[in-house]
Each structure stands twice: as C-alpha cells, then as structure tokens.
Design a protein around this ligand. Structure first.
Ligand SMILES: Cc1cc2nc3c(=O)[nH]c(=O)nc-3n(C[C@H](O)[C@H](O)[C@H](O)COP(=O)(O)OP(=O)(O)OC[C@H]3O[C@@H](n4cnc5c(N)ncnc54)[C@H](O)[C@@H]3O)c2cc1C
Length: 372
C-alpha cells in the first residue's frame, strides 16, 4: 500500500463522522450517466455540507487522492481499479423564497428539482436550464448553460470549501471567472462547492428568449411564463436525448461531448471554404458562426456531421455510438467500456481535424484516462 492509500485507520475515522456512509462496492459505472468506469477505493457519501468539509479536509491532510462526484453526468472515468476515494455529495437541501426570489440549494440537490421548484413558485431566470442532469453544486463548475441562458446569469455566490486552507466561506460569483463551459473550479482542486445561492426574478416571466429554436417553439423572443418555457425546453431536450431516461441508451452519455470551438475569423473563413468545396454553396452559406470572445464560435455538432459522422455512427451493434438523436453525444449502448468510448472520441476528433483543421476539445472531466 502506498502512503497515499486509504488506510484502515483513516477509513475508521471516516466511518465515525456524522452524516457519512462508506460503500466499497459502487463503481463509476454505477455513479455516472455514461455508466462507464472502474472501481474507486471507496465511495464516501456525505449527507450534509459539514460532512463534505470534514471528509475532504481529512483526506487532503493525508494527501489521499479524491474525486468529488454528484450526478456523474460530466465524467469520463478509466476502466479498472482507481486509486482514489469518491466523495459523493448528497446534501439536497433547498430553500426557495417566493417573495425575494432568493434560492439556496445544497450541492447535492438534483439541479432539475431546483428548477422545477423555482418554476412552480413562479420564479424566473433558470427555466431555460430545465432538464440538465446533475447537481446544483456542479452548475458553477462549468457554468452550465443551454438555450441561451447560463448559471452565471443568476448566480450570486457559492459556499466554497477552500481545499488549500480548509476554510468554508461564501464566495461571490465574480471570483469564479465564469465563462463559456468554464470556471476556475473546473479541472482544478481549488475547492468544493457546498451550496449555491441564486437571485431569480419574481414576476413569473422568463428572461427574453435568446435561442431561436426555443423562441420559434413558443411564438416569439419576448418574455414568457416560466412554466411554458420549462415545458418547451424539456420537449426540445427529450427530442435530442438530452434528458436522462434510463431506458433510452441515447441518453447514456455525458451530454455534449465536445465544446463548440472558438476560432479566429480567418480559420472560420477557411472552414467555410472547405465546406463550400466539398458540399456546395447552399450548405456552406448555412454554416453556423457567431461572434464570441476570441473570434467566432462554430457548431461542433455541425462540423462533426460535415466531417462524415452521421447520427448513430458507426452503426447498430457497436458498443459506443453517436446518439441516434444528436451527433454531439457519445453514448454507451449498454455493454461498452471506457476504452470503447475513448476510441470513438478520438475517431471523431481526428476526423474533424483532418476535414477542417479544427481541434474539438472534450467538455467532460476525464479521470485516469485521456483523449491524447
Ligand atoms: C444528457 C445530458 C445532457 C447535458 N446537457 C447539458 C447542458 O445542456 N448544458 C451543460 O452545461 N451541461 C450539460 N450536461 C453536462 C452535465 O449535466 C453538467 O456539467 C452538470 O452540471 C454536471 O453535474 P454533476 O453533478 O453530474 O457533476 P459530476 O459529473 O458529478 O462532476 C463533474 C465535475 O464537477 C466536479 N464537481 C461536481 N460537483 C462539484 C462541487 N459541488 N464542487 C466542486 N466540484 C464539483 C467533479 O469533481 C467533476 O470534476 C449534460 C449531461 C448529460 C448526461
């Protein structure tokens, strides 16, 4: 056993902590929406924020590798045995203040439960984020977003355990450097979000709709009753396999597998010319490209399709396929391994690179395995 392993002594100290339960049978296949990944040395389930802080501080003090996990919907984890302890967040506390629009959720609260409760209370601002799997505490980690909204729009502050000092404090959202699918918590061990606080609006209406497909579905880009927006978003997401439904393998995924690439304008021009040469003017003229900090944002799904990968690729019987509903989701058809997933991820990334010279970057967090 190495010095950084979970010794019987530390294991017994963990088991004595309040609101903590240990489980050595669970694997990442049980814990992730991809249903992939091997066995951690232990899963430590923490039912309160205090338990999370104590467990993480104890493990850090002994330099024992740990991974914070909540819904497991943004994780790609290696097969086999993993020398790390999972700290499973299970504080699902939720306070919705109808009169002020303040919402405070424990890190382990199911994100869509937070949205549903807020919408039911007539609070507006997160209805476009309906149906996103995972936990409240993870929403700031990659600044979750969908249908023209992102958590940065409404996040006031997070209760953060600073792993360098062991201190717990409320930190303003501005300290997290929230950007497109990014914060300074992602890919780092800066801290653990123990709770989030949101400021929603109290007039029962959504923010003005910024996403064309959603605005068309509702009949205009203005503000709509929040319940109507939630219903429309859930319908659109179900149609794309972007709500987890256990019986549907198109949803055994990590959501959008690659971020939409942001490239300099001249690169966007050359991609469009490459599409023009291979597929003609009509298709090239429809290429999605939007101004974004750093250049122009392209659509990863559109590029994947133009590079020759259709929905369902590589076809029936394969252990891992692109979703049959959405080219941007890599899906486990039931008996896959992480190695199968990584092979398909590489094939897609390499295909887009060789067709257009654009490098797609995976969106999920990778543990013990890499696309490179
Ligand atoms: C079908 C599907 C659709 C999706 N659609 C979207 C979408 O529309 N928009 C979008 O942005 N994302 C989407 N995702 C990705 C995912 O749902 C989000 O990233 C979600 O916020 C992850 O939450 P989680 O609790 O499952 O995190 P996990 O997968 O458990 O963890 C992800 C990472 O965050 C870290 N982490 C988790 N909780 C905390 C915490 N409290 N403090 C510090 N670090 C933490 C973990 O250590 C890990 O590194 C989708 C995923 C799926 C499967």
């Amino acid at each position: 056993m190495s010095d950084t392993s979970l010794t019987p002594d530390i294991q017994s100290r963990l088991s004595e902590l309040a609101d903590v339960t240990l489980d050595e049978r669970l694997t990442f296949a049980d814990l992730t929406t991809l249903h992939l990944g091997g066995r951690p040395s232990m899963v430590v389930r923490c039912a309160t924020a205090g338990a999370v802080a104590e467990v993480v501080t104890l493990l850090d003090a002994h330099a024992i590798p740990l991974l914070v996990v909540a819904g497991g919907s943004n994780l790609v984890v290696a097969d086999g045995d993993l020398d790390l302890v999972v700290v499973l967040l299970a504080d699902d506390s939720l306070t919705v203040d109808v009169s002020t629009g303040r919402v405070v959720a424990g890190a382990g609260a199911v994100w869509d439960d937070v949205v549903a409760a807020s919408v039911a209370a007539g609070l507006g601002g997160i209805e476009c984020l309906s149906g996103i799997p995972g936990s409240a505490g993870a929403t700031p980690v990659q600044n979750v977003g969908a249908y023209g909204a992102e958590i940065a729009d409404v996040l006031v502050r997070v209760q953060l355990l600073d792993r360098a000092t062991g201190e717990v404090a409320w930190v303003p959202a501005a300290d997290l450097e929230l950007a497109y699918r990014y914060s300074n918590l992602k890919f780092t061990s800066r801290g653990v979000v123990l709770a989030i606080e949101l400021q929603l609006n109290v007039d029962g209406l959504s923010a003005p709709l910024r996403f064309g497909e959603l605005a068309r579905r509702l009949g205009g880009a203005e503000r709509w009753p929040v319940a109507a927006v939630r219903e429309a978003v859930l319908e659109l997401r179900h149609g794309k396999g972007m709500v987890v439904v256990e019986s549907d393998h198109d949803t055994w995924s990590a959501g959008s597998f690659f971020t939409n690439p942001v490239v300099p304008v001249d690169v966007a021009d050359s991609v469009q010319e490459a599409v023009r040469a291979s597929r003609g003017d009509a298709d090239a003229d429809r290429m999605p490209r939007f101004d974004a900090p750093g250049g122009q944002k392209l659509s990863a799904a559109w590029l994947i399709e133009r590079a020759g990968f259709a929905k369902g690729h590589p076809g029936e019987g394969a252990p891992v396929r692109l979703s049959t509903k959405h080219t941007l989701a890599l899906t486990n058809r039931g008996a896959a391994t992480t190695a199968d997933l990584v092979a398909l991820a590489r094939e897609v990334r390499d295909g887009v690179r060789s067709a257009f010279g654009v490098d797609l970057v995976p969106e999920p967090v990778w543990v013990g395995v890499s696309i490179d």
